[in-house]
Unconditional design. Structure first.
Length: 460
C-alpha cells in the first residue's frame, strides 16, 4: 500500500502526502513524533515527544513510543518532526470576515475559496462577526462540516444586528431575527450601529438560546451605545475599543479615540472602564491591526507572502491600478490602540484575537492572524500570552474551551506546525507548513496552491 494512503496500515506519512481534497478529509489516526510543543496551558515550549491522535482527538501528549514496534500504535501513520518544528494549538479568529471588496462589486462574502486560506494559515476556528450573506455563509459551514469543502470550523454569526436593519426596528423585530438564526444554526451574534433598545433585546434573547453577543459600538452619540452601557446590559464581548467616559456622548467614538493621549489613558476614567470589563468578565476583541491597513504601514504589514496571487488575474490588475486608501484618523487610532491594549493587558483584562480585515485585493484575512500576533507583541504583550490570546482565550469566548484551544488529552486535534520558536520571534508563526483539524492533516503549501488565482470575478 502507498505510504501516502493515510490509512492506519501505512507506517509513515510524508508531509508531501497530506490531504488537500475535501473527499480525503476524514479523520486519521496519527502519531506525531519529535519537535517542540506549546500547548497553551503553560508558558513555555517543551519537547513534544509522541502525540497520538485517535478519532480526531488527542489520545496521548508526550512520552515515548517506537511507531515501528508491534503494539497498539504500530500501524498508525507517523509525522516525524525536526528540531526546528514547533506545534501550536489551532488559532481562533473571532472577527474573521470572509468579505472581499474588489473590482467595484461592493462588499461580498467569498464562500468558495477563502476558507482554504484561513485553514492554510493555521486558523482552525472562525467567528465571522457579521455576515453580508448569512445564508451563503451557513451553507459554506455545512459544506465544511460534511467534508465537501476544506476550511476551519465556522461559528456562524448570522446577519448584522443594527446595521442592515431599519433604524426603527422594534425589540420584537430583533427577537424574531434572533429566534430565526438561532434555529438555523448561528453560533453567536454581532451588533453594529445598533440602538440601545435593540441591543438590550438582542442580548436577552441570544442568552436565552445560550448564544453570545459581541458588538462594534460607539460613544452614546446620536442614540448609539457606549460599551459601558452595553456591559450593564450583559454583553459578552466588545470589539475594537473599550469605551467608557473617555468617549463622551457629544461626538463619535472615532473622533474621541484619535485624540486620546497618555494622560487620558492614565486617568481614573480609563481605569474605571478597564475595571468594569474585568469585574463583569467581558472580553475585549482588540482587532489591533484592522485600522493600520489604512495608515502608514509599519513592519507589521511587511509582506512575507504574495497574498494577491489568490485573486483572479482580473482582480490583480484592478488592485494594481488603484491607490489604496490612506485615512489619517485610522492611522492615529492604530497607534492609540497599541497603548490602550497594553494597559488593558497589564491590568489583567481578557483579550481575544480578531483580524477584521475586508480585502481589497492585497492583504488577506488568514494571513492577517499572524500580523495581529506580531502587533500584539510589538504593543508589549508577551509572546506566550499572545499565543494564548489566539487560542484558549478564543475558545473560552465561544464557550468551546472544553474541547478546543489547548493541546490536551481528550480535546479535538486542532493544531498547526511551524518552523522556529514563536516565543523567541512571534513572526515564526508565519511559517506554517502543516495544519491538523479534527485529526485531518493538511500540507499548507498544497492547500494554498489549490486556490491560487480563484478569488473574485474573471472580468467585467
Amino acid at each position: 500500500m502507498s505510504r501516502c494512503a493515510g490509512t492506519r496500515f501505512a507506517t509513515a506519512l510524508s508531509l508531501a502526502c497530506l490531504v488537500v481534497a475535501p473527499s480525503s478529509a476524514t479523520a486519521q489516526d496519527l502519531v506525531i513524533n519529535g519537535g517542540w510543543l506549546f500547548d497553551a496551558v503553560g508558558d513555555e515550549v517543551q519537547r513534544s515527544g509522541t502525540i497520538v491522535i485517535r478519532g480526531g482527538a488527542f489520545a496521548q501528549i508526550g512520552g515515548d513510543h517506537d511507531p515501528a514496534a508491534p503494539g497498539d500504535l504500530g500501524g498508525f501513520p507517523v509525522i516525524t518532526l525536526g528540531d526546528d518544528d514547533y506545534i501550536l494549538p489551532g488559532i481562533f479568529d473571532l472577527h474573521a470576515h470572509y468579505n472581499i471588496r474588489v473590482a467595484g462589486l461592493g462588499r461580498i462574502d467569498e464562500t468558495e475559496h477563502y476558507s482554504v486560506i484561513y485553514l492554510a494559515n493555521g486558523v482552525t476556528s472562525t467567528f465571522p462577526a457579521g455576515e453580508y450573506n448569512p445564508q451563503a455563509m451557513l451553507e459554506m459551514r455545512r459544506r465544511i462540516d460534511r467534508a465537501e469543502q476544506v476550511g476551519p470550523r465556522v461559528y456562524n454569526s448570522g446577519p448584522y444586528f443594527g446595521q442592515g436593519m431599519p433604524r426603527d426596528a422594534t425589540a420584537e423585530d430583533v427577537i424574531a431575527q434572533v429566534d430565526k438564526w438561532a434555529a438555523l444554526g448561528a453560533r453567536g451574534f454581532k451588533a453594529k450601529r445598533i440602538t440601545p433598545g435593540q441591543l438590550r433585546a438582542l442580548i436577552d434573547r441570544a442568552h436565552l438560546h445560550g448564544l453570545t453577543v459581541t458588538a462594534h459600538l460607539d460613544s452614546g452619540y446620536r442614540n448609539t451605545v457606549n460599551p459601558k452601557d452595553a456591559i450593564a446590559m450583559g454583553i459578552d464581548r466588545i470589539e475594537h475599543f473599550l469605551g467608557g467616559d473617555l468617549l463622551g456622548p457629544t461626538r463619535s467614538a472615532y473622533a474621541s479615540l484619535e485624540t486620546l493621549t497618555d494622560e487620558n489613558l492614565d486617568s481614573a476614567e480609563f481605569r474605571e472602564i478597564v475595571t468594569l470589563f474585568i469585574d463583569r468578565g467581558v472580553v475585549f476583541d482588540a482587532t489591533l491591526t484592522a485600522y493600520g491597513y489604512f495608515g502608514q504601514h509599519d513592519e507589521v504589514y511587511e509582506r512575507w507572502h504574495d497574498e494577491s496571487k489568490y485573486f483572479t488575474p482580473y482582480v490583480r490588475r484592478w488592485a494594481e491600478a488603484r491607490t489604496p486608501p490612506f485615512l489619517e484618523q485610522f492611522d492615529r487610532i492604530y497607534r492609540v490602540k497599541h497603548k490602550t491594549l497594553k494597559r488593558f493587558y497589564d491590568a489583567g483584562g481578557v483579550i481575544t484575537l480578531g483580524t477584521d480585515h475586508v480585502s481589497g485585493g492585497e492583504y488577506l484575512a488568514g494571513f492577517a492572524a499572524h500580523r495581529e500576533l506580531h502587533a500584539m507583541v510589538r504593543a508589549g504583550i508577551r509572546p506566550a500570552d499572545a499565543l494564548k490570546i489566539a487560542t484558549i482565550n478564543g475558545a473560552r469566548a465561544l464557550n468551546v474551551s472544553d474541547k478546543l484551544g489547548t493541546i490536551e488529552v481528550g480535546k479535538f486535534a486542532d493544531l498547526l506546525i511551524i518552523k522556529g520558536n514563536p516565543l523567541r520571534d512571534i513572526r515564526n508563526t508565519r511559517t506554517v507548513h502543516t495544519v491538523i483539524k479534527a485529526g485531518v492533516a493538511y500540507d499548507t503549501a498544497r492547500l494554498l496552491e489549490s486556490v491560487q488565482g480563484t478569488m473574485g470575478p474573471d472580468g467585467e
